[in-house]
Design a protein around this ligand. Structure first.
Ligand code: SF4
Ligand code: SF4
Length: 190
């Protein structure tokens, strides 16, 4: 019984450690600096520190079904402050990847849908239509919420932070971006 549990712990931690950015997870000293730095920690099922602790304890289901990694903003505050040189941001990305590979994401967490929409659009049209992507995202997930986003969207448009016209990439950068997306897909990504 004990042997099976330990085996499970090792399997999960090894899986994370084998992913880009997950290599240093075992160096964590549970100081909590990442959680104290994280601007979204209060919305997460588990703070970044707790998520790492659960992962190291082999709690695969709890970790991969949580909303924590999906609410990561990739702001890197945890990363620049971690005293052990760990990159919790990358651990979040690795866990998103594993969650999609093994569990599919929970319906209430829609980040994965946005990722997919973005990569499919870029792949199909060779451009990044930010406004179109956001409209398609809300239509696919929660059209009513789109109404609440009209005001901030107008603010972004007015200040030129969300151009109406799609940004068309030059052929060479487009080729490189498609290669990255193809590689991510081949690795079992979103
Ligand atoms: S800041 Fe680094 S060492 Fe501290 S709990 Fe977070 S990941 Fe672990
Ligand atoms: S990178 Fe993610 S986990 Fe780290 S502080 Fe920012 S939001 Fe939190």
């Amino acid at each position: 019984m004990v042997t099976a549990k330990v085996h499970g712990v090792n399997d999960f931690i090894q899986e994370i450690s084998a992913m880009p950015g997950g290599e240093k997870i075992n160096l964590c000293i549970q100081c909590g600096t990442c959680s104290a730095s994280c601007p979204n920690a209060n919305k997460m099922d588990y703070t970044p520190r707790e998520l790492i602790a659960l992962a190291r304890a082999g709690m695969r289901d709890e970790v991969l079904s949580s909303n924590t990694m999906w609410l990561c903003l990739s702001c890197y505050l945890c990363t620049v402050r971690c005293p052990r040189g760990i990159v919790p941001t990358y651990i979040m990305h690795a866990l998103e990847h594993l969650s999609m590979r093994h569990y599919r994401t929970r319906p209430r967490v829609r980040t994965a849908r946005l990722y997919r929409l973005f990569s499919d659009t870029v792949h199909a049209f060779g451009m990044i239509p930010r406004l179109g992507c956001m409209m398609a995202y809300f239509l696919q997930t929660n059209p009513l919420k789109a109404l609440r986003m009209i005001r901030p969207a107008l603010g972004l448009l007015t200040h030129g932070r969300m151009p109406i016209k799609a940004h068309k990439l030059e052929p060479e950068p487009m080729k490189q971006l498609k290669a990255i997306l193809d590689k991510a897909e081949a690795m079992g990504g979103l």
